[in-house]
Design a protein around this ligand. Sequence first.
Ligand code: NA7
Length: 541
Amino acid sequence: MPPSVDVVVVGAGFAGLYAHYRFRELGLTAFGFEAAPEIGGTWFWNRYPGARCDVESLDYAYSFAPEVLDGWRWSERFATQPEILQYANHVADRFDLRREIAFETRVTSADLDESANEWLVRTDRGDTVRCRYLMTAVGSLSLPKPPEIDGLDDYRGRWVQTGAWPREPVDVAGKRVAVIGTGSSGIQSIPILAEQAAHLTVFQRTPNFSVPAHNGPVDPAYEAEVRADHAAHHKRNRRTKGGVPSRINTGLPAMSVSEEERRARFEEAWGFGTFSLQSVFSDISSNPDSNAAAAAFVHEKIRSVVKDPATAETLMPKSFPFGTKRLCLDTGYYATFNRDNVDLVDIRETPIERITADGIRTTEQEYPFDLIVFATGFDAVTGPLLALNITGVNGVTLREAWADGPQSYLGLMIAGFPNLFTVNGPSSPSVLANMLQTIEHHVDWIADTIDHLEKNGLTRIEADADAQVAWAHEVANMAEKTLYTKANSWYMGANVPGKPRVFLMYIGGLDRYVERVESIVADDYAGFTLSAGGDRMPAVR
Ligand code: NA7
Protein backbone atom coordinates (compact mmCIF):
# COMPACT_ATOMS: atom_id res chain seq x y z
CA MET A 1 0.00 0.00 0.00
CA PRO A 2 1.45 3.38 -0.94
CA PRO A 3 2.09 5.73 2.03
CA SER A 4 0.62 8.62 0.08
CA VAL A 5 -1.45 9.10 -3.06
CA ASP A 6 -3.23 11.90 -4.81
CA VAL A 7 -6.71 10.51 -4.06
CA VAL A 8 -8.14 7.98 -1.67
CA VAL A 9 -11.46 6.51 -2.83
CA VAL A 10 -13.64 4.95 -0.14
CA GLY A 11 -15.87 2.25 -1.56
CA ALA A 12 -15.73 0.01 -4.63
CA GLY A 13 -19.30 0.00 -5.86
CA PHE A 14 -20.29 1.58 -9.13
CA ALA A 15 -19.10 5.04 -8.01
CA GLY A 16 -15.75 3.90 -6.66
CA LEU A 17 -15.00 1.82 -9.74
CA TYR A 18 -15.71 4.65 -12.13
CA ALA A 19 -13.62 7.00 -9.99
CA HIS A 20 -10.61 4.72 -10.38
CA TYR A 21 -11.13 4.81 -14.14
CA ARG A 22 -11.32 8.61 -14.23
CA PHE A 23 -8.41 9.28 -11.88
CA ARG A 24 -6.17 6.89 -13.79
CA GLU A 25 -7.14 8.60 -17.02
CA LEU A 26 -6.07 11.95 -15.51
CA GLY A 27 -2.71 10.54 -14.44
CA LEU A 28 -3.51 10.84 -10.73
CA THR A 29 -2.45 8.18 -8.25
CA ALA A 30 -5.47 6.74 -6.48
CA PHE A 31 -5.96 4.08 -3.86
CA GLY A 32 -9.23 2.58 -2.74
CA PHE A 33 -10.58 0.83 0.35
CA GLU A 34 -13.53 -1.51 0.35
CA ALA A 35 -15.01 -3.25 3.38
CA ALA A 36 -16.38 -6.13 1.31
CA PRO A 37 -14.17 -8.89 -0.10
CA GLU A 38 -15.23 -7.91 -3.63
CA ILE A 39 -16.38 -4.97 -5.70
CA GLY A 40 -20.08 -4.20 -6.10
CA GLY A 41 -21.13 -2.16 -3.08
CA THR A 42 -24.91 -2.32 -2.69
CA TRP A 43 -25.01 -5.17 -5.17
CA PHE A 44 -22.52 -7.17 -3.19
CA TRP A 45 -24.36 -6.86 0.12
CA ASN A 46 -28.01 -6.99 -0.93
CA ARG A 47 -28.04 -10.60 -2.13
CA TYR A 48 -31.37 -11.49 -0.56
CA PRO A 49 -33.76 -13.63 -2.62
CA GLY A 50 -35.61 -11.46 -5.13
CA ALA A 51 -33.15 -8.53 -5.01
CA ARG A 52 -33.21 -6.67 -8.27
CA CYS A 53 -32.95 -3.16 -9.61
CA ASP A 54 -36.09 -1.05 -10.03
CA VAL A 55 -34.51 0.89 -12.90
CA GLU A 56 -34.52 -0.86 -16.27
CA SER A 57 -31.23 -2.65 -16.97
CA LEU A 58 -30.54 -0.77 -20.17
CA ASP A 59 -30.71 2.51 -18.25
CA TYR A 60 -29.04 1.31 -15.06
CA ALA A 61 -25.72 0.99 -16.81
CA TYR A 62 -22.49 2.88 -17.29
CA SER A 63 -22.13 5.14 -20.30
CA PHE A 64 -18.58 6.41 -19.86
CA ALA A 65 -16.95 4.43 -22.67
CA PRO A 66 -18.28 2.56 -25.68
CA GLU A 67 -16.39 -0.54 -24.48
CA VAL A 68 -18.74 -0.96 -21.51
CA LEU A 69 -21.14 -2.51 -24.01
CA ASP A 70 -18.62 -5.02 -25.38
CA GLY A 71 -19.55 -8.58 -24.60
CA TRP A 72 -22.42 -7.60 -22.33
CA ARG A 73 -26.14 -8.25 -22.67
CA TRP A 74 -28.76 -7.86 -19.99
CA SER A 75 -31.09 -10.83 -19.78
CA GLU A 76 -34.06 -9.18 -18.05
CA ARG A 77 -35.83 -5.86 -18.16
CA PHE A 78 -35.01 -5.42 -14.44
CA ALA A 79 -31.75 -7.15 -13.65
CA THR A 80 -31.29 -9.40 -10.65
CA GLN A 81 -28.64 -8.73 -8.03
CA PRO A 82 -26.35 -11.54 -9.31
CA GLU A 83 -26.48 -10.18 -12.85
CA ILE A 84 -25.76 -6.60 -11.74
CA LEU A 85 -22.82 -7.84 -9.68
CA GLN A 86 -21.60 -9.76 -12.70
CA TYR A 87 -21.90 -6.57 -14.77
CA ALA A 88 -19.80 -4.62 -12.26
CA ASN A 89 -17.18 -7.36 -12.49
CA HIS A 90 -17.37 -7.37 -16.27
CA VAL A 91 -16.58 -3.64 -16.36
CA ALA A 92 -13.88 -3.96 -13.67
CA ASP A 93 -12.22 -6.73 -15.71
CA ARG A 94 -12.47 -4.79 -18.95
CA PHE A 95 -10.71 -1.74 -17.47
CA ASP A 96 -8.59 -3.47 -14.83
CA LEU A 97 -10.20 -1.48 -12.04
CA ARG A 98 -9.38 -3.62 -8.99
CA ARG A 99 -5.63 -3.01 -9.11
CA GLU A 100 -5.45 -0.21 -6.57
CA ILE A 101 -8.12 -1.35 -4.13
CA ALA A 102 -7.60 -2.99 -0.73
CA PHE A 103 -10.56 -5.29 0.00
CA GLU A 104 -11.87 -6.38 3.38
CA THR A 105 -10.51 -3.13 4.68
CA ARG A 106 -12.76 -0.61 6.34
CA VAL A 107 -11.86 3.04 6.74
CA THR A 108 -12.08 3.87 10.43
CA SER A 109 -11.14 7.55 10.36
CA ALA A 110 -10.11 10.39 8.09
CA ASP A 111 -8.43 13.45 9.62
CA LEU A 112 -7.53 16.67 7.89
CA ASP A 113 -3.90 17.70 8.34
CA GLU A 114 -4.49 21.34 7.56
CA SER A 115 -0.87 22.44 7.59
CA ALA A 116 0.01 19.88 4.93
CA ASN A 117 -3.33 20.24 3.16
CA GLU A 118 -3.71 16.47 3.26
CA TRP A 119 -6.10 13.88 4.59
CA LEU A 120 -4.85 11.10 6.82
CA VAL A 121 -6.93 7.99 6.25
CA ARG A 122 -6.80 5.07 8.69
CA THR A 123 -8.25 1.59 8.35
CA ASP A 124 -9.24 -1.32 10.55
CA ARG A 125 -6.16 -3.18 9.33
CA GLY A 126 -3.89 -0.54 10.79
CA ASP A 127 -3.04 1.13 7.47
CA THR A 128 -2.47 4.87 7.27
CA VAL A 129 -2.48 6.62 3.92
CA ARG A 130 -2.04 10.31 3.20
CA CYS A 131 -3.85 11.88 0.28
CA ARG A 132 -4.42 15.31 -1.15
CA TYR A 133 -8.01 14.55 -2.03
CA LEU A 134 -10.47 12.26 -0.34
CA MET A 135 -13.52 10.93 -2.13
CA THR A 136 -16.35 8.99 -0.53
CA ALA A 137 -18.19 6.53 -2.73
CA VAL A 138 -19.87 4.77 0.15
CA GLY A 139 -23.41 4.48 -1.20
CA SER A 140 -26.68 5.93 0.06
CA LEU A 141 -28.26 2.70 1.29
CA SER A 142 -25.25 0.81 2.60
CA LEU A 143 -25.48 0.95 6.38
CA PRO A 144 -28.26 -1.41 7.49
CA LYS A 145 -30.12 -0.34 10.59
CA PRO A 146 -29.30 -2.67 13.47
CA PRO A 147 -32.23 -4.88 14.51
CA GLU A 148 -33.93 -2.62 17.04
CA ILE A 149 -36.00 -5.29 18.72
CA ASP A 150 -35.19 -6.53 22.21
CA GLY A 151 -34.26 -10.11 22.88
CA LEU A 152 -32.28 -11.05 19.78
CA ASP A 153 -29.48 -12.47 21.93
CA ASP A 154 -31.93 -15.01 23.36
CA TYR A 155 -33.02 -16.26 19.94
CA ARG A 156 -31.85 -19.82 19.13
CA GLY A 157 -32.82 -19.79 15.44
CA ARG A 158 -31.03 -18.06 12.60
CA TRP A 159 -31.50 -14.39 11.75
CA VAL A 160 -30.33 -12.38 8.74
CA GLN A 161 -30.64 -8.87 7.37
CA THR A 162 -31.60 -8.23 3.75
CA GLY A 163 -28.98 -5.47 3.49
CA ALA A 164 -26.15 -7.76 4.66
CA TRP A 165 -27.36 -11.10 3.35
CA PRO A 166 -24.79 -13.88 3.92
CA ARG A 167 -22.80 -15.28 1.00
CA GLU A 168 -23.30 -18.85 2.11
CA PRO A 169 -26.74 -20.29 1.36
CA VAL A 170 -29.49 -19.44 3.81
CA ASP A 171 -31.73 -22.43 4.28
CA VAL A 172 -35.33 -21.41 3.69
CA ALA A 173 -36.88 -24.59 2.28
CA GLY A 174 -39.24 -26.20 4.73
CA LYS A 175 -38.57 -23.57 7.42
CA ARG A 176 -40.86 -21.35 9.43
CA VAL A 177 -39.76 -17.91 8.35
CA ALA A 178 -40.54 -14.39 9.59
CA VAL A 179 -39.96 -11.21 7.62
CA ILE A 180 -39.98 -7.95 9.57
CA GLY A 181 -40.40 -4.92 7.30
CA THR A 182 -42.38 -4.16 4.17
CA GLY A 183 -40.23 -1.62 2.34
CA SER A 184 -38.66 -2.40 -1.00
CA SER A 185 -36.43 -5.22 0.33
CA GLY A 186 -39.33 -6.92 2.11
CA ILE A 187 -41.62 -6.52 -0.89
CA GLN A 188 -39.03 -8.01 -3.26
CA SER A 189 -38.10 -10.94 -1.03
CA ILE A 190 -41.50 -11.92 0.42
CA PRO A 191 -42.90 -13.58 -2.75
CA ILE A 192 -39.75 -15.69 -3.19
CA LEU A 193 -39.43 -16.63 0.47
CA ALA A 194 -43.11 -17.60 0.47
CA GLU A 195 -42.48 -20.06 -2.37
CA GLN A 196 -39.61 -21.71 -0.51
CA ALA A 197 -40.62 -21.62 3.13
CA ALA A 198 -42.94 -24.04 4.89
CA HIS A 199 -44.63 -21.00 6.37
CA LEU A 200 -44.00 -17.30 6.09
CA THR A 201 -45.22 -14.65 8.55
CA VAL A 202 -44.89 -11.04 7.47
CA PHE A 203 -44.66 -8.47 10.27
CA GLN A 204 -45.85 -5.19 8.83
CA ARG A 205 -45.55 -1.89 10.67
CA THR A 206 -46.51 0.37 7.76
CA PRO A 207 -47.95 -0.93 4.50
CA ASN A 208 -46.24 0.49 1.42
CA PHE A 209 -47.42 1.28 -2.09
CA SER A 210 -46.19 -1.19 -4.66
CA VAL A 211 -46.76 -1.45 -8.40
CA PRO A 212 -46.12 -4.48 -10.59
CA ALA A 213 -42.67 -4.39 -12.20
CA HIS A 214 -43.76 -6.39 -15.26
CA ASN A 215 -40.33 -7.91 -15.44
CA GLY A 216 -39.46 -10.10 -18.38
CA PRO A 217 -36.88 -10.40 -21.11
CA VAL A 218 -35.27 -7.20 -22.36
CA ASP A 219 -37.40 -5.60 -25.08
CA PRO A 220 -35.33 -6.16 -28.26
CA ALA A 221 -36.62 -2.95 -29.84
CA TYR A 222 -35.59 -0.89 -26.81
CA GLU A 223 -32.23 -2.65 -26.66
CA ALA A 224 -31.60 -1.92 -30.33
CA GLU A 225 -32.53 1.72 -29.78
CA VAL A 226 -30.14 2.09 -26.82
CA ARG A 227 -27.30 0.24 -28.52
CA ALA A 228 -27.66 2.23 -31.74
CA ASP A 229 -26.55 5.36 -29.96
CA HIS A 230 -25.48 4.42 -26.48
CA ALA A 231 -23.72 7.65 -25.52
CA ALA A 232 -26.56 9.85 -26.77
CA HIS A 233 -29.15 7.71 -24.97
CA HIS A 234 -27.43 8.18 -21.63
CA LYS A 235 -26.79 11.85 -22.32
CA ARG A 236 -30.51 12.32 -22.87
CA ASN A 237 -31.23 10.44 -19.65
CA ARG A 238 -29.06 12.91 -17.77
CA ARG A 239 -31.33 15.70 -18.92
CA THR A 240 -34.46 14.10 -17.48
CA LYS A 241 -35.92 14.47 -14.02
CA GLY A 242 -35.29 10.90 -12.95
CA GLY A 243 -32.30 9.98 -15.12
CA VAL A 244 -34.43 7.59 -17.17
CA PRO A 245 -36.66 8.05 -20.21
CA SER A 246 -40.09 9.15 -19.10
CA ARG A 247 -42.20 7.08 -21.42
CA ILE A 248 -45.56 7.27 -19.68
CA ASN A 249 -45.96 10.95 -19.03
CA THR A 250 -48.93 13.10 -19.98
CA GLY A 251 -47.33 16.25 -18.60
CA LEU A 252 -50.80 17.21 -17.30
CA PRO A 253 -52.12 17.74 -13.78
CA ALA A 254 -54.19 14.70 -12.84
CA MET A 255 -57.28 16.72 -12.01
CA SER A 256 -57.23 18.56 -15.34
CA VAL A 257 -58.54 15.50 -17.16
CA SER A 258 -61.82 13.63 -16.82
CA GLU A 259 -62.13 10.78 -14.32
CA GLU A 260 -62.34 8.34 -17.19
CA GLU A 261 -59.19 9.70 -18.80
CA ARG A 262 -57.37 9.72 -15.45
CA ARG A 263 -58.26 6.12 -14.85
CA ALA A 264 -57.13 5.13 -18.34
CA ARG A 265 -53.75 6.80 -17.79
CA PHE A 266 -53.33 5.18 -14.37
CA GLU A 267 -54.12 1.81 -15.97
CA GLU A 268 -51.54 2.48 -18.65
CA ALA A 269 -48.91 3.34 -16.03
CA TRP A 270 -49.85 0.29 -13.93
CA GLY A 271 -49.49 -1.86 -17.01
CA PHE A 272 -46.12 -0.41 -17.95
CA GLY A 273 -44.44 -0.70 -14.54
CA THR A 274 -41.40 1.36 -13.46
CA PHE A 275 -42.21 4.52 -11.48
CA SER A 276 -44.63 5.69 -14.14
CA LEU A 277 -47.62 5.82 -11.80
CA GLN A 278 -45.76 8.70 -10.14
CA SER A 279 -44.80 10.48 -13.35
CA VAL A 280 -47.87 9.87 -15.53
CA PHE A 281 -49.34 13.15 -14.28
CA SER A 282 -47.30 16.21 -13.44
CA ASP A 283 -48.61 16.82 -9.93
CA ILE A 284 -48.97 13.43 -8.23
CA SER A 285 -46.23 14.34 -5.75
CA SER A 286 -47.46 17.85 -5.04
CA ASN A 287 -51.26 18.09 -5.32
CA PRO A 288 -53.11 16.28 -2.52
CA ASP A 289 -56.15 15.56 -4.73
CA SER A 290 -54.08 14.13 -7.57
CA ASN A 291 -52.10 12.12 -5.08
CA ALA A 292 -55.25 10.81 -3.40
CA ALA A 293 -56.54 9.68 -6.79
CA ALA A 294 -53.36 7.66 -7.38
CA ALA A 295 -53.57 6.21 -3.85
CA ALA A 296 -57.22 5.22 -4.36
CA PHE A 297 -56.28 3.55 -7.64
CA VAL A 298 -53.65 1.39 -5.90
CA HIS A 299 -56.04 0.60 -3.05
CA GLU A 300 -58.52 -0.65 -5.59
CA LYS A 301 -55.85 -2.83 -7.20
CA ILE A 302 -54.94 -4.31 -3.82
CA ARG A 303 -58.60 -5.04 -3.15
CA SER A 304 -58.93 -6.75 -6.53
CA VAL A 305 -55.87 -9.00 -5.99
CA VAL A 306 -56.05 -9.93 -2.31
CA LYS A 307 -58.91 -12.34 -1.66
CA ASP A 308 -59.36 -11.84 2.07
CA PRO A 309 -60.90 -8.36 2.53
CA ALA A 310 -59.38 -7.86 5.99
CA THR A 311 -55.89 -8.71 4.71
CA ALA A 312 -56.40 -6.41 1.72
CA GLU A 313 -57.40 -3.61 4.09
CA THR A 314 -54.29 -4.17 6.22
CA LEU A 315 -52.07 -4.00 3.13
CA MET A 316 -53.44 -0.62 2.02
CA PRO A 317 -51.21 2.32 2.84
CA LYS A 318 -53.27 5.12 4.31
CA SER A 319 -50.97 6.94 6.70
CA PHE A 320 -48.89 8.84 4.11
CA PRO A 321 -49.39 10.22 0.60
CA PHE A 322 -48.82 7.93 -2.38
CA GLY A 323 -45.14 7.63 -3.34
CA THR A 324 -43.78 9.76 -0.51
CA LYS A 325 -42.15 6.69 0.94
CA ARG A 326 -40.06 5.10 -1.81
CA LEU A 327 -42.52 3.48 -4.24
CA CYS A 328 -41.86 -0.26 -4.55
CA LEU A 329 -41.87 -2.41 -7.67
CA ASP A 330 -42.85 -6.01 -7.18
CA THR A 331 -43.46 -9.33 -8.81
CA GLY A 332 -46.53 -10.93 -7.26
CA TYR A 333 -46.31 -9.17 -3.89
CA TYR A 334 -49.98 -8.66 -3.11
CA ALA A 335 -50.98 -12.06 -4.55
CA THR A 336 -48.53 -13.69 -2.13
CA PHE A 337 -51.02 -12.98 0.65
CA ASN A 338 -53.50 -15.34 -1.03
CA ARG A 339 -51.19 -18.28 -0.31
CA ASP A 340 -52.13 -20.72 2.41
CA ASN A 341 -48.64 -20.65 3.88
CA VAL A 342 -48.47 -16.86 4.33
CA ASP A 343 -49.79 -14.75 7.21
CA LEU A 344 -49.74 -11.03 7.72
CA VAL A 345 -49.34 -9.58 11.20
CA ASP A 346 -50.14 -5.90 11.64
CA ILE A 347 -47.69 -4.82 14.30
CA ARG A 348 -49.38 -1.46 14.69
CA GLU A 349 -52.34 -3.42 16.06
CA THR A 350 -50.31 -5.99 17.95
CA PRO A 351 -46.77 -4.65 18.40
CA ILE A 352 -43.76 -6.91 18.72
CA GLU A 353 -42.80 -7.08 22.39
CA ARG A 354 -39.55 -8.96 21.96
CA ILE A 355 -37.66 -11.72 20.25
CA THR A 356 -37.73 -14.86 22.36
CA ALA A 357 -35.63 -18.01 22.33
CA ASP A 358 -38.03 -19.57 19.81
CA GLY A 359 -39.34 -16.69 17.78
CA ILE A 360 -41.26 -13.44 18.07
CA ARG A 361 -43.70 -12.39 20.77
CA THR A 362 -46.29 -9.75 19.99
CA THR A 363 -48.81 -8.31 22.42
CA GLU A 364 -51.16 -11.00 21.13
CA GLN A 365 -49.19 -14.22 20.87
CA GLU A 366 -45.81 -15.90 20.44
CA TYR A 367 -44.79 -17.18 16.98
CA PRO A 368 -42.06 -19.83 16.65
CA PHE A 369 -39.57 -19.37 13.78
CA ASP A 370 -36.51 -21.11 12.36
CA LEU A 371 -35.40 -17.99 10.48
CA ILE A 372 -36.06 -14.28 11.05
CA VAL A 373 -35.36 -11.91 8.17
CA PHE A 374 -34.90 -8.26 9.09
CA ALA A 375 -35.88 -6.14 6.09
CA THR A 376 -35.84 -3.07 8.30
CA GLY A 377 -33.88 -0.67 6.12
CA PHE A 378 -30.86 1.56 6.32
CA ASP A 379 -29.45 4.64 7.97
CA ALA A 380 -29.68 6.27 4.57
CA VAL A 381 -27.35 8.78 2.94
CA THR A 382 -25.69 10.26 6.04
CA GLY A 383 -25.13 7.05 8.03
CA PRO A 384 -22.33 5.68 5.83
CA LEU A 385 -20.57 9.07 5.81
CA LEU A 386 -20.74 9.55 9.57
CA ALA A 387 -19.41 6.02 10.05
CA LEU A 388 -16.12 7.15 8.47
CA ASN A 389 -15.30 9.35 11.50
CA ILE A 390 -14.21 12.35 9.47
CA THR A 391 -12.54 15.31 11.18
CA GLY A 392 -12.05 18.57 9.28
CA VAL A 393 -10.89 22.16 9.87
CA ASN A 394 -10.14 23.09 13.51
CA GLY A 395 -10.74 19.51 14.62
CA VAL A 396 -14.48 19.71 13.98
CA THR A 397 -15.92 16.28 13.24
CA LEU A 398 -18.56 15.65 10.59
CA ARG A 399 -20.80 14.35 13.35
CA GLU A 400 -20.50 17.69 15.14
CA ALA A 401 -21.00 19.65 11.94
CA TRP A 402 -24.15 17.66 11.20
CA ALA A 403 -25.55 17.50 14.74
CA ASP A 404 -28.69 19.41 13.65
CA GLY A 405 -28.89 17.71 10.26
CA PRO A 406 -26.64 17.27 7.26
CA GLN A 407 -25.26 20.34 5.49
CA SER A 408 -23.62 20.02 2.12
CA TYR A 409 -23.09 22.18 -0.92
CA LEU A 410 -24.65 20.42 -3.92
CA GLY A 411 -24.20 17.10 -2.15
CA LEU A 412 -20.64 17.21 -3.41
CA MET A 413 -18.62 19.08 -0.77
CA ILE A 414 -19.03 20.19 2.84
CA ALA A 415 -17.93 23.53 4.34
CA GLY A 416 -15.11 22.94 6.80
CA PHE A 417 -13.95 19.79 5.00
CA PRO A 418 -11.70 20.98 2.15
CA ASN A 419 -10.72 18.55 -0.60
CA LEU A 420 -13.30 16.04 0.63
CA PHE A 421 -15.68 15.04 -2.13
CA THR A 422 -18.88 13.09 -1.55
CA VAL A 423 -20.60 11.10 -4.28
CA ASN A 424 -24.37 11.26 -3.75
CA GLY A 425 -23.97 13.23 -0.56
CA PRO A 426 -27.02 14.72 1.17
CA SER A 427 -28.85 17.36 -0.91
CA SER A 428 -27.85 15.80 -4.22
CA PRO A 429 -30.57 14.04 -6.28
CA SER A 430 -29.04 10.71 -5.24
CA VAL A 431 -31.67 8.00 -4.83
CA LEU A 432 -34.42 10.12 -6.40
CA ALA A 433 -32.80 9.54 -9.78
CA ASN A 434 -31.15 6.68 -11.63
CA MET A 435 -28.05 6.17 -9.47
CA LEU A 436 -25.81 5.25 -12.37
CA GLN A 437 -26.54 8.69 -13.79
CA THR A 438 -25.91 10.55 -10.54
CA ILE A 439 -22.76 8.50 -9.97
CA GLU A 440 -21.28 9.27 -13.38
CA HIS A 441 -22.22 12.93 -13.04
CA HIS A 442 -20.68 13.30 -9.59
CA VAL A 443 -17.51 11.37 -10.36
CA ASP A 444 -17.05 13.40 -13.53
CA TRP A 445 -17.54 16.63 -11.61
CA ILE A 446 -15.05 15.57 -8.94
CA ALA A 447 -12.46 14.39 -11.46
CA ASP A 448 -12.88 17.53 -13.59
CA THR A 449 -12.61 19.74 -10.51
CA ILE A 450 -9.42 18.06 -9.35
CA ASP A 451 -8.06 18.38 -12.87
CA HIS A 452 -8.96 22.07 -12.84
CA LEU A 453 -7.07 22.56 -9.58
CA GLU A 454 -4.03 20.67 -10.82
CA LYS A 455 -3.87 22.52 -14.10
CA ASN A 456 -4.11 25.89 -12.39
CA GLY A 457 -1.59 25.38 -9.63
CA LEU A 458 -4.34 25.25 -7.00
CA THR A 459 -4.29 22.84 -4.10
CA ARG A 460 -7.42 23.39 -2.11
CA ILE A 461 -11.16 23.65 -2.71
CA GLU A 462 -13.76 24.18 -0.04
CA ALA A 463 -17.47 24.89 -0.05
CA ASP A 464 -18.36 28.29 1.41
CA ALA A 465 -20.56 28.13 4.49
CA ASP A 466 -23.00 30.75 3.19
CA ALA A 467 -23.37 29.03 -0.19
CA GLN A 468 -24.05 25.81 1.67
CA VAL A 469 -26.74 27.44 3.81
CA ALA A 470 -28.37 28.96 0.71
CA TRP A 471 -28.32 25.57 -1.01
CA ALA A 472 -29.86 23.89 2.05
CA HIS A 473 -32.69 26.44 1.98
CA GLU A 474 -33.27 25.90 -1.70
CA VAL A 475 -33.35 22.12 -1.27
CA ALA A 476 -35.66 22.32 1.77
CA ASN A 477 -38.00 24.81 0.07
CA MET A 478 -38.35 22.54 -2.92
CA ALA A 479 -39.15 19.58 -0.71
CA GLU A 480 -41.69 21.62 1.29
CA LYS A 481 -43.62 22.31 -1.89
CA THR A 482 -44.18 18.59 -2.32
CA LEU A 483 -46.02 16.00 -0.26
CA TYR A 484 -42.78 14.13 0.52
CA THR A 485 -42.25 15.92 3.82
CA LYS A 486 -45.59 14.52 5.05
CA ALA A 487 -44.26 10.97 5.40
CA ASN A 488 -42.12 9.42 8.12
CA SER A 489 -39.75 8.03 5.53
CA TRP A 490 -36.07 7.29 5.29
CA TYR A 491 -36.01 10.17 2.77
CA MET A 492 -36.68 12.35 5.84
CA GLY A 493 -34.33 10.51 8.17
CA ALA A 494 -37.45 9.48 10.10
CA ASN A 495 -36.66 5.76 10.14
CA VAL A 496 -33.67 6.07 12.46
CA PRO A 497 -34.36 6.96 16.10
CA GLY A 498 -32.81 10.33 16.96
CA LYS A 499 -31.83 11.21 13.38
CA PRO A 500 -32.50 14.89 12.57
CA ARG A 501 -35.57 15.26 10.39
CA VAL A 502 -34.30 16.74 7.13
CA PHE A 503 -35.32 15.83 3.60
CA LEU A 504 -32.09 14.23 2.41
CA MET A 505 -32.27 14.72 -1.34
CA TYR A 506 -32.53 17.44 -3.98
CA ILE A 507 -36.01 16.94 -5.36
CA GLY A 508 -35.87 19.39 -8.28
CA GLY A 509 -34.85 16.71 -10.79
CA LEU A 510 -31.53 15.51 -12.15
CA ASP A 511 -31.87 17.77 -15.20
CA ARG A 512 -32.20 20.95 -13.12
CA TYR A 513 -29.49 19.84 -10.75
CA VAL A 514 -27.01 19.17 -13.55
CA GLU A 515 -27.75 22.59 -15.04
CA ARG A 516 -27.20 24.27 -11.66
CA VAL A 517 -23.87 22.55 -11.15
CA GLU A 518 -22.78 23.49 -14.67
CA SER A 519 -23.67 27.14 -14.16
CA ILE A 520 -21.82 27.20 -10.83
CA VAL A 521 -18.67 25.89 -12.51
CA ALA A 522 -19.08 28.36 -15.37
CA ASP A 523 -19.38 31.09 -12.75
CA ASP A 524 -15.84 30.39 -11.47
CA TYR A 525 -17.02 27.73 -9.05
CA ALA A 526 -19.39 30.14 -7.32
CA GLY A 527 -19.84 29.20 -3.68
CA PHE A 528 -16.51 27.41 -3.51
CA THR A 529 -13.16 28.86 -2.49
CA LEU A 530 -10.24 27.59 -4.49
CA SER A 531 -6.75 28.37 -3.31
CA ALA A 532 -3.09 27.45 -3.51
CA GLY A 533 -1.25 26.59 -0.30
CA GLY A 534 -2.36 28.86 2.51
CA ASP A 535 -2.89 31.85 0.22
CA ARG A 536 -6.42 32.02 -0.99
CA MET A 537 -6.75 33.20 -4.56
CA PRO A 538 -9.62 33.54 -6.94
CA ALA A 539 -10.41 30.64 -9.21
CA VAL A 540 -8.66 30.55 -12.57
CA ARG A 541 -10.79 29.73 -15.55
P1 NA7 B 1 -37.18 0.57 4.06
O1 NA7 B 1 -37.82 1.06 2.85
O2 NA7 B 1 -36.67 1.57 5.06
O3 NA7 B 1 -38.21 -0.41 4.77
C1 NA7 B 1 -37.98 -0.89 6.04
C2 NA7 B 1 -39.23 -1.57 6.55
O4 NA7 B 1 -38.96 -2.10 7.84
C3 NA7 B 1 -40.42 -0.64 6.72
O5 NA7 B 1 -41.58 -1.34 6.43
C4 NA7 B 1 -40.33 -0.27 8.19
O6 NA7 B 1 -41.56 0.12 8.73
C5 NA7 B 1 -39.90 -1.58 8.78
N1 NA7 B 1 -39.19 -1.39 10.05
C6 NA7 B 1 -38.08 -0.67 10.27
N2 NA7 B 1 -37.69 -0.75 11.55
C7 NA7 B 1 -38.61 -1.56 12.15
C8 NA7 B 1 -38.76 -2.03 13.47
N3 NA7 B 1 -37.89 -1.68 14.42
N4 NA7 B 1 -39.82 -2.83 13.73
C9 NA7 B 1 -40.68 -3.17 12.75
N5 NA7 B 1 -40.59 -2.77 11.48
C10 NA7 B 1 -39.56 -1.96 11.19
O7 NA7 B 1 -35.92 -0.36 3.75
P2 NA7 B 1 -35.71 -1.35 2.52
O8 NA7 B 1 -34.44 -2.08 2.76
O9 NA7 B 1 -36.91 -2.15 2.26
O10 NA7 B 1 -35.54 -0.40 1.29
C11 NA7 B 1 -34.58 0.65 1.31
C12 NA7 B 1 -34.31 1.13 -0.07
O11 NA7 B 1 -33.40 0.24 -0.70
C13 NA7 B 1 -35.47 1.13 -1.02
O12 NA7 B 1 -36.34 2.17 -0.85
C14 NA7 B 1 -34.78 1.14 -2.35
O13 NA7 B 1 -34.35 2.46 -2.66
C15 NA7 B 1 -33.60 0.27 -2.13
P3 NA7 B 1 -41.93 1.69 8.84
O14 NA7 B 1 -42.28 2.11 7.45
O15 NA7 B 1 -40.69 2.39 9.34
O16 NA7 B 1 -43.04 1.76 9.79
